[in-house]
Design a protein around this ligand. Structure first.
Ligand SMILES: Nc1ncnc2c1ncn2[C@@H]1O[C@H](COP(=O)(O)OP(=O)(O)OP(=O)(O)O)[C@@H](O)[C@H]1O
Length: 565
């Protein structure tokens, strides 16, 4: 499209040659007299001309097309610069969002509609003015159709290339992963007039920055998506969440402030680590019953530290190598979150004996030595903070909790009096007491709080359970249009019973999931054993011995720990 004018110039340049082409002496010179005689015979004999056209015509047409293509490419290379971005690249999403935005100011006859994943105020000036919460549509160029748009007075051409057309780029996702994952490769090519590709790079970087600027005050959650084969995985931006304010996470007194200070101290000590040659990474372990705020505090900490969150599911990984790659390529400025490690270690415990390779216990496909290696931080980017969460800390082998692997351990247990009171205040004080004259007549706020703390036993309910209970009560108050906390005290016994039943159900569900995971892991090991004559242990695995997860012993136990910190 953008070389048509240049081709015309080329043909104009060839015009002066025409008289020579009509002169027989010119062809004599090129083909010799015999060649010209044969050509004349062919052209004067109708049968030969016809059969020649039928058999040679298509090849000739193909030849002409390929000459056209190479001329076009030649001219493009001289006059235009292009950047092609594979859809597996992390920058693909921001660029696609920017192009989608441009499509709204281009006269399109046809476009591909897709779910609008742009930040909420991205391109708001052209977006449909909608008050509905229904999903909205974004327009993308149709595959293999080029579109011209103008940005800051410069013309750009964008094309989404299909699998067949985008042969030029490769990325972390290889064709194999697409083949096995059923994914079609595609890419975006951006073209601009000019000779210096750095200028185009500057513009594209601007579009990416624009995309992320819209996400300020948001928490971006990245998750890894897996290809079909080990090592084939990449980080994907999964969600953009509102920032969770620090005040809304209610831990035991001083706990969250302590966690925040710990992370800040670490981030301030880059040089300190470098001077001592210690991997600049920081491991934190949060343990406690379900619903005590482990995930919530990590999210909130990420926002407090102006960082994003990258979450890895250990059971979804295909191999130690994949785990290392994920950690090494985690998006910049993110906290790594490994949730429910105890859950994964239970799978290790149950499947390792059956494989006959006790030295290589596995979590799905990753081994305990693999996990420990990653925790040691050699593959981690400088400045990585990772959080592990677990419900039962006793399942974790001591070697995993060693200093230098885990630098900070915090137990988030069932709610104490402080948490009950703080949460109660957050839910009710302003809306149902301070701003409401109808409230409990003769009782002061302190009276009400004291009664609540006395009625709800400490160390029995998780903060998530309390949240559910209080939330229901606000609905009840709103419905009945009455604010009488007396009712609340009467509901506490029922709440205890309900909680008990819910916990039993949750436990049953967890056991089911665990059994399914173990079954999958054992089956995969069996399959592996049948297809591989002798399982090879990774170098890390061969240096380790284990008789049980909890008594896991490592050769390098005498490594210098971080105790001198
Ligand atoms: N300490 C807390 N402060 C405020 N909200 C909390 C707290 N604990 C739990 N919640 C609320 O309960 C829900 C679940 O919390 P969260 O996922 O953080 O718990 P968790 O400890 O990570 O649970 P699990 O062990 O099951 O992963 C969230 O909606 C969260 O807002």
């Amino acid at each position: 499209m953008y070389s048509d004018g240049s081709l015309k110039n080329l043909f104009m340049g060839l015009q002066p040659l025409l008289p020579s082409l009509l002169n027989e002496a010119f062809w004599d010179q090129w083909m010799g007299t015999k060649g010209v005689a044969i050509l004349k015979l062919l052209l004067s004999n109708e049968t030969l001309l016809l059969s020649g056209s039928v058999f040679l015509g298509p090849s000739f047409a193909q030849y002409i097309a390929s000459v056209y293509r190479s001329t076009k490419n030649f001219l493009n290379n001289q006059l235009y610069v292009s950047v092609e971005i594979d859809d597996m690249e992390r920058i693909h999403r921001p660029i696609a969002a920017f192009i989608s935005e441009q499509m709204e100011s281009v006269a399109l006859k046809m476009a591909q509609g897709e779910y609008d994943r742009r930040p909420s105020d991205f391109g708001s000036h052209t977006r449909l003015d909608r008050s509905s919460n229904n999903p909205s549509i974004a327009l993308q160029p149709v595959l293999d159709h080029e579109h011209r748009f103008v940005y800051k007075g410069r013309a750009f051409w964008a094309i989404r290339l299909s699998e067949q057309q985008s042969g030029n780029v490769t990325s972390s996702g290889t064709p194999w992963s697409r083949l096995f994952g059923g994914l079609q490769k595609s890419s975006i090519r951006i073209t601009m007039r000019g000779r210096d590709i750095k200028v185009l790079r500057g513009y594209i970087q601007e579009w990416i920055d624009l995309y992320y600027a819209k996400k300020d005050n948001k928490l971006v959650v990245y998750k890894c998506s897996h290809g079909g084969r080990p090592g084939e995985c990449s980080w994907e931006e999964k969600a953009t969440k509102d920032i969770r304010s620090f005040d809304t996470v209610i831990l035991k007194e001083g706990q969250k402030e302590d966690l925040l200070q710990d992370a800040k101290d670490f981030l301030d000590r880059h040089e300190w680590y470098a001077d001592r040659g210690i991997p600049y990474r920081h491991g934190c372990l949060l343990s406690g019953p379900p619903g005590t705020g482990k995930t919530s505090i990590v999210r909130s900490l990420a926002s407090q530290l102006d960082m994003q969150l990258a979450s890895i599911s250990l059971t979804g990984l295909n191999s130690d190598e994949e785990f290392e790659t994920m950690v090494a390529t985690a998006p910049a400025n993110t906290i790594l979150l490994l949730e429910d490690v105890d859950h994964c270690l239970k799978v290790i415990e149950d499947t390792k004996g059956k494989s006959g390779t006790a030295a290589s216990p596995q979590i799905g496909h990753i081994t305990l030595p693999g996990l420990l290696n990653v925790m040691d931080g050699l593959d981690m980017q400088d400045g990585t903070i990772f959080f592990m969460t677990c419900n039962d800390i006793n399942i974790l082998p001591p070697v995993m909790r060693r200093r230098g692997r885990i630098d900070k351990e915090v137990i988030l247990d069932y709610a104490d009096g402080y948490q009950i009171k703080t949460m109660f205040e957050r839910f009710f004080r302003q809306t149902y007491f301070d701003n409401n004259n109808d409230t409990n007549n003769d009782m002061t706020w302190e009276d009400i709080c004291n009664r609540v703390v006395q009625a709800i036993p400490e160390g029995v309910f998780s903060t998530a359970e309390l949240q559910g209970f209080f939330l229901n009560y606000t609905f009840h108050m709103d419905r009945s249009k009455k604010v009488r906390f007396d009712d609340l005290f009467g509901l506490i016994d029922g709440f205890k019973l309900e909680t008990q039943v819910e916990r039993q159900n949750r436990e049953r569900q967890k056991q089911k999931e665990l059994a399914a995971l173990k079954k999958r892991a054992t089956k995969e090991k069996k399959n592996k054993k049948n297809t591989t004559p002798e399982p090879t242990l990774s170098p890390s695995a061969s240096t380790c011995t284990a008789s049980s997860t909890s008594s896991y012993v490592e050769d390098d136990e005498d490594e210098t720990p971080l105790d001198d910190k």
